[in-house]
Design a protein around this ligand. Structure first.
Ligand code: ATP
Ligand code: MG
Length: 180
């Protein structure tokens, strides 16, 4: 029997942006607000696949390699708190169409290949704090960082000795539009 791995497609955050976000987070939230997500783990999930066999992972990565989707930029200018499941997140007030289309494509391919997809609408976000089940005092605004998406990746989520770590298995470029 083949082993299964917990996989998801996501946009990575560049290292410089990771550093800016964690510095701002340290300055903006009380330590009791929640468990800070490690800098290297900051990401924006496009499609969650769940536990997937190696064979299915190969099919889905083959599909991902044939996607031609344009590059896009989004502004991280929204902030919110979901008491359940206990997440404080950074999001965007104006999700670019290319982001919504890429997520929708990946989610529909995932569903067609038997990966359950939540019926909740896609809400692009970067989780900042987990375990934030109590009321949280949110800062009034965010620094409005820009995230330039040039690629998307397939990650494996590994939980070991009380820590979640993501391993990037593969990345695919988004396609820069050519000048007219
Ligand atoms: P942990 O669960 O160990 O606290 P985590 O939530 O970051 O950490 P995973 O549960 O493996 O790790 O999730 C990986 C990514 O997929 C995260 O961005 C998470 O928010 C997202 N995710 C997890 N479960 C679902 C789901 N059922 N539907 C949509 N996205 C999900
Ligand atoms: Mg989780």
């Amino acid at each position: 029997m083949s082993e299964s791995r917990r996989l998801f497609f996501a946009l990575p955050l560049p290292t410089k942006l990771q550093k800016q976000v964690i510095q701002w987070r340290a300055d903006s939230f009380e330590a009791e607000a929640g468990r800070p997500v490690a800098a290297a783990n900051l990401h924006l999930t496009l499609a969650f696949l769940g536990d997937v066999s190696d064979a299915k992972a190969r099919v889905l990565s083959g599909i991902a390699s044939r996607i031609t989707s344009p590059t896009f930029s989004l502004t991280l200018d929204d902030l919110g708190h979901w008491p359940r499941p206990g997440v404080v997140w950074l999001g965007t007030r104006r999700a670019p169409l290319a982001l919504l289309q890429l997520a929708s494509l990946l989610r529909s391919h995932a569903a067609r290949n038997g990966c359950y997809q939540s019926t909740l609408p896609f809400h692009p976000h970067v989780s900042l704090l987990r375990g934030a089940t109590r009321p949280v005092a949110l800062p009034a605004s965010t620094p409005e960082w820009q995230l330039d998406a040039n690629e998307f990746s397939l990650y494996e989520s590994q939980y070991h000795q009380g820590r979640t770590r993501y391993q990037c298995l593969q990345s695919w470029p988004l396609v820069a539009s050519s000048p007219c």
